[in-house]
Design a protein around this ligand. Structure first.
Ligand SMILES: [Zn+2]
Length: 270
C-alpha cells in the first residue's frame, strides 16, 4: 500500500515532466520548412547508385530548340563548371508549356534576345531544351552564370508536386555533377549571379529555397540533398573498383590452384 502511494505520485509527476519537456522542445530540424521536407522525403539512401540507371530514372525528354533559332540562334559553346538552380514563378506553365514557349521564341531577353536554359523540371518529368555544351540565357546576361553554368528551372504550376520537383531537380543536378565533374560548391542559386544594372542585382530565385530573398538553411538543405545523391553515384565507381579487385584476386587464386593440380598430376600425387 505504501509502495503504491509512492509509485502513483512519481508516475504522475514523471508524466507531467515528460509532457512539459516535449512542449518546450523546439527541434528546428523538424519545425523548419526543410526539416518537414526532409521528413516527408525520407533520408537519401547511402547505398551506391548506378549513374547510368539513375540518369534514366530522371525521365529526361529531349525537346531541343531548333539549332540556329531563337535562344540557339548564335552557336556559343559551354564548358560547364557550375549548375544554376532557378524556379519559374509561373503558376500556369508546366515543363511542356515552357518547352513550347522556348521553341517558338516567346520568351525574350538576354544577350541574344531570347531566353533559354538547359532543363525544366516538374514532378514527374525533365525536359531538355539545349545541349549541355551550349550556353544558355537564364542568369546574368554576359556574366559567369550564363557563360559557365548549366541552367535548371523548377516548375511551380498548380497541381505540380513541389517536393517531387525539388527531389527530381536534386537528382538531375547530382547526375550533371557526376557526368561533367562539377564540384558541390559550384551548385548555385540564381541569386548568386548578380545582374549588372539592376536595382536588386541578386534575384530572389529560386524563391522557395531562399529565406528573405537570400540563401540560408533551406538552400543549404537542398545542396546537402544534391550532395548525398552525388555521393551515391561516386560510391558506385568505388563499388565497381572493389568488385574488379575481388575478381582479379579470385582469378589469381584459381590460376594457383590449376598450377598446383598440374604439378601434383605430373609427379603422380593427383
Ligand atoms: Zn532564376
Amino acid at each position: 500500500m505504501n509502495a503504491l502511494r509512492i509509485l502513483i505520485p512519481s508516475v504522475v509527476v514523471g508524466g507531467i515532466l515528460a509532457a512539459l519537456s516535449s512542449c518546450n522542445t523546439t527541434d528546428s530540424s523538424v519545425t523548419s520548412k526543410s526539416g518537414l521536407w526532409e521528413r516527408e522525403l525520407g533520408a537519401v539512401a547511402s547505398t551506391p547508385a548506378n549513374p547510368n540507371e539513375s540518369h534514366k530514372e530522371l525521365n529526361i525528354k529531349v525537346d531541343l530548340i531548333q539549332k540556329g533559332k531563337y535562344g540557339r540562334r548564335i552557336d556559343r559553346k559551354l564548358d560547364p563548371k557550375f549548375i544554376t538552380i532557378h524556379s519559374t514563378q509561373n503558376p500556369t506553365g508546366d515543363a511542356f508549356a515552357h518547352a513550347k514557349a522556348l521553341k517558338r521564341g516567346a520568351l525574350r531577353g538576354g544577350v541574344v534576345g531570347y531566353l533559354c536554359w538547359h532543363f525544366t523540371v516538374q514532378d514527374d518529368t525533365v525536359i531538355q531544351h539545349i545541349p549541355t555544351d551550349e550556353r544558355g540565357e537564364h542568369a546574368d546576361f554576359d556574366g559567369p552564370g550564363n557563360r559557365y553554368s548549366i541552367g535548371i528551372e523548377m516548375c511551380e504550376h498548380q497541381g505540380n508536386d513541389q517536393l517531387a520537383t525539388m527531389e527530381r531537380t536534386a537528382k538531375l543536378a547530382a547526375s550533371l555533377m557526376y557526368h561533367h565533374q562539377i564540384p558541390i560548391e559550384n551548385i548555385r542559386a540564381h541569386y548568386h549571379w548578380p545582374r549588372e544594372g539592376y536595382s536588386t542585382p541578386n534575384k530572389n530565385c529560386p524563391h522557395f529555397l531562399l529565406e528573405n530573398g537570400q540563401p540560408g538553411g533551406t538552400w543549404r538543405w537542398f545542396v546537402g540533398r544534391i550532395n548525398q545523391h552525388h555521393q551515391r553515384l561516386v560510391a558506385f565507381d568505388e563499388y565497381l573498383r572493389q568488385q574488379k579487385e575481388l575478381e582479379e584476386q579470385q582469378d589469381k587464386q584459381n590460376r594457383i590452384v590449376q598450377i598446383w593440380h598440374r604439378i601434383t598430376d605430373f609427379i603422380g600425387l593427383g
